[in-house]
Write a protein that binds this ligand. Structure first.
Ligand code: SF4
Ligand code: SF4
Length: 442
């Protein structure tokens, strides 16, 4: 596709990447059928192809976008299902990321919208505050459940995310192995160390993140136990905070960079006490963003280089775990579970089938979810900003999962788990791998 950018616009490396993506698009429309918002709303402007046209007009113009453009770009989930489907290799992420930043800089959102976006950012990136508000929401549940608008939707979501039930594991007993593991080592200044033993154990830095730390700290405990059994030394890294993904997806690139720099600095400081083999954050949405740190600092050579060094070590949980060497045979009466692959795993990081393989090797029976490539509607802060579309996508995903007869939903991302909670039990994959081996139920 032809583009008409002025040469000075292309001095910005992010704009150059966006222009490159625009030129690659041939408007074939193969991506439309994989776009959840197009499938749901049937409006070309809510399809990848339609949005690409809107983004081209907006970015080339160099002026403030109109309301209609912002509406249709805000409705994009950034799920990147379109990128996976595109035969021309259009980097849709480069386009939508640059467009979100552009809108944030050029467009004056109505005051209530600005306040709500800032509220989300301030609350969700502060685990102590978020945890307190979640507790408050549960105490005052009857009143909170009646709150109107997006605040009410946010509160109701917090209410249905707890309690997290236990999966009946009886059917798995035939395939279980007894594994002994211990935590060992001193607690360092900003890191707690755990290890399953070994000569020179691969050292993994676990970043505690923000939302998951507040909503489900038991997930990281399970992650540590699983990796320790895998003979990996795990250091949990304090002082790193939010990875910056939330701010970035709100178009606030400067805030995202502040978070990212804090994470990179904390990891570099930790490397002074020993080489780091891998950096892990146990939410696939955050991992996808860690892997993009290099792009975040395009145009800042020193930070780009530090970011790329960091990114080379970023791993998703499912990449780090070694599948059982002697796969367990699933008992005929083992519960059937549905592995919901987050978009950030299958489209963002382009990792497919790994979570399912780990679960099968551990002796679980898996259901095949129809339309598993479609987003569940969580998409970071999307479910708070676009609750109606997010609820419709959630309902479809739950219908698809329930049609398989699955007893529980398993995923790799706290956002999906929280969004899908409420009808079937939901678990992080680390919890199932942990329980399968140790039967150590929380
Ligand atoms: S993004 Fe790819 S699949 Fe979609 S219209 Fe453009 S070239 Fe075709
Ligand atoms: S990122 Fe997802 S919602 Fe956005 S255009 Fe692509 S497929 Fe559609």
């Amino acid at each position: 596709m032809r583009t008409n950018f002025r040469s000075e616009q292309l001095l910005d490396p992010n704009m150059r990447d966006a222009e490159h993506a625009l030129r690659a698009c041939v408007h074939c429309g193969f991506c439309t059928a994989t776009c959840p918002t197009y499938v749901l709303l049937g409006d070309e402007r809510d399809s990848p192809r339609g949005r690409i046209m809107l983004m081209q007009q907006m970015l080339e113009s160099g002026s403030a976008p109109n309301e209609e453009t912002v509406l249709h770009l805000d409705r994009c989930l950034s799920c990147l299902g379109c990128r996976s489907a595109c035969p021309s290799g259009v980097d849709y992420a480069a386009l939508i990321d640059q467009s979100r930043v552009y809108i944030e800089e050029q467009y004056a959102r109505p005051l209530p919208e600005r306040l709500f976006r800032n509220f989300i950012l301030q609350v969700l990136t502060r685990p102590a505050l978020f945890a307190s508000l979640s507790v408050g929401a549960r105490i005052f549940a009857p009143a909170v459940a009646r709150l109107p608008g997006r605040l009410g939707s946010m509160a109701r979501k917090a209410l249905r995310s707890r309690p997290r039930p236990h999966l009946p594991l009886e059917g798995l007993e035939g395939g279980m192995r007894k594994v002994h593991w211990t935590f060992r080592g001193p607690e360092t200044k900003n890191a707690k160390r755990f290890s399953g033993g070994g000569e020179r154990d691969p050292r993994t830095l676990l970043l505690p993140g923000c939302v998951q730390r507040a909503l489900a700290p038991e997930i990281d405990a399970a992650v540590i136990r699983v990796l320790s059994r895998d003979n990996k030394r795990v250091d949990t890294l304090g002082g790193s905070g939010c990875c910056g993904a939330l701010a970035f997806h709100l178009g606030k690139a400067a805030t995202a960079k502040v978070h990212a720099k804090a994470v990179i600095r904390a990891c570099e400081a930790s490397e002074e006490s020993g080489a780091v083999d891998a950096v892990l954050i146990s939410a696939s949405g955050c991992t996808a963003f860690l892997k993009d740190y290099g792009k975040l600092f395009a145009g800042e050579p020193e930070w780009k280089s530090r970011a790329e060094e960091f990114t080379a070590k970023a791993r998703d949980f499912v990449e780090l775990v070694t599948p059982a060497a002697a796969p367990s045979q699933a008992a005929a009466d083992a519960p059937v579970i549905a592995f919901h692959p987050p978009c950030s795993l299958q489209h963002g990081q382009r990792i497919s089938g790994r979570g399912e393989a780990l679960l099968r090797a551990a002796g679980f029976r898996l259901a095949a979810i129809p339309d598993a490539h479609l987003c569940c509607g969580s998409a970071g802060s999307y479910s708070l900003l676009q609750p109606e579309i997010a609820e419709r996508l959630r309902a479809k995903k739950l219908d698809d999962i329930k049609s398989t007869g699955a007893a529980a939903i398993v995923s790799d991302n706290i956002g999906c788990l929280t969004h899908l909670a409420g009808e079937l039990p939901v678990f992080h994959i680390a919890e199932l791998l942990d329980w399968q081996h140790s039967r150590d139920r929380p």
